[in-house]
Design a protein around this ligand. Sequence first.
Ligand code: ADP
Ligand code: ZN
Ligand code: ZN
Length: 736
Amino acid sequence: MLIVRVALPVPLRQHFDYQLETDDPTHVKVGARVLVPFGKRQLVGIVWQINPVDSFNDNKLKTVSALLDPSPVLGPKLRDLLSFASDYYHHPLGDVLTSALPALLREGRLLDDEKHKIIKLTETGQKLSEHDFRRSAKQLALWQALRTNELSEAELLQNHSRTTLNQLLEKNLVELVSQPFAPFVYQREKQKALQLNPAQALAVTAVVQALGSFSRFLLEGVTGSGKTEVYLQAITPVLAKGQQVLVLVPEIGLTPQTLARFEKRFAVPMQSWHSNMTDSERLRAWQRSQSGDAAITIGTRSALFLPFRNLGLLIIDEEHDQSLKQQDGFRYHARDLAVKRASIEQCPILLGSATPSLESLYNVQQKKFSHLQLPERATSQLVPQIELIDLKQQVLKHGLADGTLAQMRQHLSRGRQVMLFLNRRGFAPALICHECGWLTECLHCSAFTTYHKQSRQLVCHHCAATRPVPHQCGACGSTQLAPVGQGTEQLEEQLGKLIPDFPITRLDRDSTRRKGSLEAHLATIQSGAPQLVIGTQMLAKGHHFPAVTLVVIVDVDGALYSSDFRAAEQLSQLLTQVSGRAGRGDMPGKVLLQTHYPGHPLLQDVIQNGYSAFARSALKERQQTQLPPYQFMAMFRAEGLDSAICQLWLSELQQICAGQMQAATPLAPAKRVQWLGPVKAPLERKAGKYRWQLQLFSPDRKALHQMLELLLDHISRSALSRKLKWQLDVDPLDLS
Ligand code: ADP
Ligand code: ZN
Ligand code: ZN
């Protein structure tokens, strides 16, 4: 009889012991899945330990129902990473496992059934010649594709139709065979590498020399400086050694584009990983990682948990991007966990950005990261020049100054593209009553609802609640409701009238919702035809728009005065990233920044001195104010229908902090944890729930985490905990 300790996907911070009727300990593997009874249900769990020393069998242990895997689905390295993550974020291990395993494995799907389906020519098929296909060009093309290669069904269907495939299957010229995945075989690059400039060469050499051991690099390169070329050339020797590479990108929109660039260069199997994949696609990607078949994986944050057989290099592109942090459930930061993963795998990690996070720059200062810099654009273009347009006392046409419009027309008439950046989707941020000033508010949040003209709806961008546009004011009954402020939808409509001779492409969450529409929009822009491109944040994310020569930043004023201590960093990153979209082809670029505050120190700093200089002074400021990265931070959030209970619950926590602080001797670390709150969240009410927060700070990570343990212990015993929803966010980014 063995005792197995199992991690189960339940939101409890503990393991569960079961017995297994066998005396052969090799029968069950740590990291393998088991089916076990839990309450009235059967759950799939992961064996975490066998015969743990602190276990005992009082004959009350339940029995494992079934062993699901002959070998572990989670190897020792991934188990290390997941335990670390569970400890660091104080999140139940079972829930962490949920992030790491594809749904089909969590549901208990047996891996034996999942094989790689390959299509190849049958013996009859091999004996044929071109002449035999003279009546069907399509069949000929498919036959030719298979003459030298075996292709997976998916690969084949990228270029050939299922009908053609079925025709050849029926004639018994091709066959579908199942075979297990196997490690990829390296083949030389398809496309010659570019001649590196000296800064790039230095960066590539540094990373290549570090292969085979753990080391951390921050690649800071202005937009267009050739960071991607550095990635490509650092990857080549990794592949040559037969090792795998993981490239994390912040947005799913970036995976096809990045994948295409990598596919041009390398002749090895590649895959992407993102949230739009089906469950079976995910399982296949997971298996291709585990078997070593996938040489390069490009994916969003959870790709970090793929079970690579032999990882040689980890790259994070746009490492400053906030979407690398998971904002609900298991709130991990993919960048921080990726560094841990690299240390477990003993491989280098390369973080790249034009606008590195202050956290990473701090790590450079602390000599934890090596700093690689690409200060100039790779091609002969200059970094675009930024011109401030003072909006004070100007007559604006739909939010645009005359000077701005004149320059837009100029660039368009020269056959160039003009990009307008406005970080507000929808038609207008609210509707206002012309008679009494009443504004349309969300019924469930302390926020206004955005007017979407095309869909004739009011949409709350916080809780997604939607309702039809009212005909009358909710306060006085007047029918004179008018939009206030401007969103991308409105800008599109108005520019269509102001500058009717040029097409407009709008890129925001609404215009790219349908599958394939983002790709279609990007293709229109890539065609290079003169046009106006209007977009939100989406424009700032790594896309390459070679024909854009003028970028107009329509309105940043709202963001200049924010209570979030990260607002300045984010705004500078956004400005720099958006500006970087100008002049990436063979024409110089220009950026117009419209503002009522041209003298604002932040704008002056970024414009005159660039992001790096801004970041240096911003770090000094964080040091003076003792904010992250100079202190470690964690935050408890409480949400509920009863505001007072949320406040009370957090006060209990705050009192424990205060008590610890008093009890602490000068040497005891608890002395070093400070708190702020409980306070109402900036967004006081969301989806009908009141929101409160308690922020904790400490220069000593250990002290902070000891305090969190203490508080969590209290929470598990507090009667109030059941009356509200709470979260602990370690290293929080979103303070709203
Ligand atoms: P980033 O990722 O830093 O924004 P990219 O890698 O997209 O920059 O490079 C910008 C442009 O410069 C691309 O068109 C790329 O082909 C070109 N480029 C990069 N490195 C070189 C080089 N060493 N020589 C010539 N062109 C280069
Ligand atoms: Zn709402
Ligand atoms: Zn009114």
